[in-house]
Design a protein around this ligand. Structure first.
Ligand SMILES: C[S@@+](CC[C@H](N)C(=O)[O-])C[C@H]1O[C@@H](n2cnc3c(N)ncnc32)[C@H](O)[C@@H]1O
Length: 780
């Protein structure tokens, strides 16, 4: 069971990345371009739609079969459009709603149905960059906003976009492919990491034969689609106009020769682009009806109860698939596990599904939003969310208007930053050629404690705001950079105080990231920026260093201190409900040892600490561990220990230690005096400028109430040695504290946790696990 975030799609994603998904309920959102393999009733021409009488082509088996072979395998568009009425009534061959829909003979579902979309999600899920959530799109839509064909292709009719190419292909691969197919063309371009490529032709004849040859051809197991290419609205002229932020390019100190190229070259995403290229996109009609609201909250058009129903159905499908796959994976001759056998009694589910917990707050509940910086479809520097998936060539960013999950405060800061960028002398990050300065704005909000009992606090209680601006300073002149950053800080300060409700602004942090994707590693340098006083030139002394740049939030009346990049549940109030339920399910008590696996800032373990004998949190991010230690201290919680390591590296040893090995009870609970030292040590190791991440993550164990063990990045063996050494030399003959109930909670599951722990299988799902004999058993 999961606390539900309204209007958001199910968890992966984080990774969820950037992906466009239509809401799947309203056919008006569908693009005009459809893949050739779609056979929805919606695709039949209006004139044909009334002909619901079976034809010989429709039903090759003729009168032999009482039901049409495609009976109810497509959704009825009349039924959908006319709000549930269809003149054919029950005799209609098409499904009246998802409930009636049948699977097709080839195992697929009507591609316009929710089931098909959800299956696609499961297979191709990616995180939305802006939200860290997973949304997926149907496979029949493509947008391109910043790809370039050759100069001579100013005639868009001579350019085509190929969709579904292997992501790893470069332009060379595409050219070889076209050569092998005997396709005549003028130029071919493809960027690694995308599934789209561009081909331009010499003449209409080449276009025609090229399209015939390519459309529907399989590359691997993917069917190629050919889409039209049209210039973006603001780039219809032959020359690409200068976006405002590039107008001062001459001010910049070039890092490489290519950085000093002219503007149109710097906008190009392809390694061999001509500087005078036009910007093209496939099928501008695809953009109709697209909105950032659909991209970020694809279920927002549904009432909340329907969103929950939709999510539950999705979960049911996924869980059934899990059972099916597990059954298939069981080798012949090996008896099926009990849960698979029992699944038959509960409709193929691997466990009972209780349902979804409602979020206490439905709108504006996110306490963290990551806004991308980029150009809108109209070419305007924009701070918001990507309108689609980079993988599919979409780089357009639109303002976060009407996104119900985004708070008003976050929207306001995005608008302030956007206004500042319109006049900045530094360029916006270009995702295609990986150049530019301004990349991302993260807004994190901290709440005041809940006021009294029985009154649920809301995000309106926001009293702290931390802004983290991601830039890439490489190659830019220090003086210009510094003055722009100062102007930016002023803009935030002035904008915050000018707001009618005077927005809180607690800390301003700069994240200097040079990587290709905006997902910065844990050790990415952070710098605190002073926040100037509004309407004055004086500079405040606040937020002098990154350690102090933090916000606070409350879960179950515990105060949590959160550093700029540490994970914290984005829906605080829903998290509170979720954790309490997890605690109930786990039948916690004084004899319970609770493992909080992937504990982040320690929220799960610390909120449940008063219900157990001991909490052991395991977390690979040193900064989060440092926060967890600090949070234990702030809340006076002593029966806990946090270990900075990859869970898969240490779980086996920890289980041995706690289930088999000797351990002194006083070692567990005595925390006096050591916590400050440990936090200091953690922060020292977390100091992003001088500490490499991996060594810290796997090499440092931070224990609340015990000494800090340090060892090299040598993984499990060394960790085990240390534990063994401690077990014999420090614990002496004192009888170990026996925990009768050992429980692990993990949220969310991680791929890294899947492999074996001490040669036992580890089944990880979001949830609560009983640990018995070194094995993990799903507790439902
Ligand atoms: C989404 S956060 C959840 C944190 C916490 N459970 C909560 O609900 O607030 C996931 C955390 O898992 C950590 N993590 C990811 N993979 C891990 C691994 N293999 N071992 C330990 N920690 C891991 C990440 O650093 C991150 O802090």
């Amino acid at each position: 069971m999961a606390a539900s975030s309204p209007t958001e799609t199910l968890n992966p994603p984080s990774t969820l990345t950037n992906h466009l998904q239509t809401n799947g309920q309203d056919s008006s959102d569908k693009p005009t371009q459809q893949p050739s393999n779609i056979q929805s009733a919606d695709l039949i021409e209006p004139s044909q739609k009334r002909k619901r009488v079976d034809t010989p082509e429709d039903n090759p088996e003729g009168p032999k079969s009482s039901l049409h072979p495609l009976w109810k395998t497509s959704l009825c568009s009349y039924f959908r459009r006319s709000n549930g009425s269809c003149s054919h009534g029950e005799s209609c061959r098409y499904a009246h709603g998802e409930g009636e829909l049948r699977q097709r003979a080839d195992g697929t579902w009507d591609p316009t149905s929710e089931r098909a979309k959800e299956m696609l999600k499961t297979e191709n899920g990616e995180r939305i960059e802006g939200t860290g959530e997973s949304v997926l799109r149907e496979n029949d839509e493509v947008m391109m906003t910043e790809a370039f064909a050759e100069e001579s292709c100013s005639e868009p009719a001579l350019a085509k976009c190929l969709v579904n190419l292997p992501m790893k292909w470069s332009s060379d691969n595409l050219r070889s492919f076209l050569g092998e197919q005997g396709i005549l063309y003028k130029s071919a371009k493809k960027k690694k990491g995308m599934i789209v490529g561009f081909v331009s032709f010499e003449n209409a004849e080449q276009v025609k034969s090229g399209v015939e040859e390519m459309d529907g051809k399989f590359v691997g197991n993917k069917k190629l689609k050919v889409a039209d290419v049209t210039p973006r609205p603001f780039e219809k002229k032959n020359k690409v106009p200068l976006p405002p932020a590039y107008g001062t390019q001459q001010n910049l100190k070039p890092a490489t020769a290519s950085d000093s190229a002219d503007v149109s070259e710097s906008l190009s995403g392809f390694e061999d682009d001509d500087p005078t290229n036009d910007s093209l996109m496939p099928g501008s009609s695809d953009l109709k009806g697209r909105s950032v609201r659909n991209a970020v909250t694809p279920l927002a058009h549904l009432p909340y109860v329907d969103q929950l129903e939709h999510k539950k159905n999705t979960l049911v499908q996924m869980l059934k698939k899990l059972t099916r796959n597990a059954r298939k994976a069981c080798p012949n001759g090996v008896s099926l596990p009990e849960w698979i056998l029992k699944s038959r009694e509960i409709g193929g589910l691997p466990c009972n599904l209780e349902g979804i917990l409602e979020s206490p707050q439905v709108n504006g509940y996110r306490n963290k939003c990551e806004f991308s910086v980029g150009y809108s479809l109209q070419g305007k520097p924009t701070v918001g969310f990507l309108l689609g998936n980079f993988r599919e060539g979409v780089t357009a960013v639109e303002e976060p208007v009407n996104c119900p999950n985004v708070s008003g405060i976050a929207c306001k800061y995005a608008a302030i930053f956007q206004e500042f960028l319109q006049h900045s002398g530094l360029p916006i990050w270009n995702r295609l050629n990986n150049t530019g300065f301004w990349r991302q704005l993260t807004v994190r909000e901290g709440r005041a404690p809940a006021k009294g009992t029985g009154i649920e606090s809301t995000r309106a209680d926001t009293v702290e705001v931390l802004l983290m601006v991601q830039v890439c300073t490489k190659g830019f002149d220090d003086e210009l950079t510094n003055s722009e950053l100062q102007r930016m800080a002023e803009a935030f300060s002035v904008g915050a105080s000018a707001d009618s409700s005077s927005l809180p602004l607690t800390a301003l942090v700069l994240q200097d990231h040079q990587g290709i994707s905006n997902a910065a590693p844990a050790d990415c340098p952070l710098h605190s920026l002073p926040i100037p006083k509004a309407k004055s030139d004086s500079i405040l002394e606040a937020a002098n260093d990154v350690v102090e740049a933090r916000i606070h939030d409350y879960i179950s009346n515990l105060r949590f201190s959160i550093s700029p990049t540490a994970f914290f549940q984005v829906n605080t109030l829903a998290a509170e409900k979720l954790y309490a339920l997890a605690g109930d399910w786990a039948s916690l008590g004084p004899d319970t040892l609770l493992f909080d696996i992937c504990c982040g800032t320690g929220t799960i373990g610390l909120t449940l600490a008063h219900r157990v004998g001991m909490v052991v949190g395991i977390e690979m991010n040193a900064s989060a561990v440092s926060d967890a230690l600090r949070n234990a201290q702030i809340n006076g919680i002593k029966n806990c220990r946090f270990i900075c390591a990859k869970a898969e590296d240490v779980m086996g040893s920890l289980l041995k230690e706690y289930l088999n090995g000797p351990q002194k009870q006083d070692e567990i609970s005595d925390s006096s005096g050591k916590i400050d030292e440990e936090i200091a040590k953690a922060e020292e190791n977390d100091s992003s400028e001088n500490t490499p991440g991996p060594e810290v993550s796997s090499g440092l164990e931070l224990e609340y109430g015990e000494r800090v063990l340090e060892f090299s990045d040598n993984g499990n063996q060394e960790f085990e040695n240390q534990l063994q050494k401690r077990g014999t030399s420090e614990s002496g003959n004192t009888p170990m504290h026996q925990f009768k109930n050992v429980v692990a909670i993990v949220d969310p599951p991680r791929v890294g946790l899947h492999p074996t722990v001490s040669n036992r299988e580890l089944y990880i799902m979001r949830g609560v696990f009983y640990i018995q004999n070194f094995g993990f058993h799903i507790y439902t």
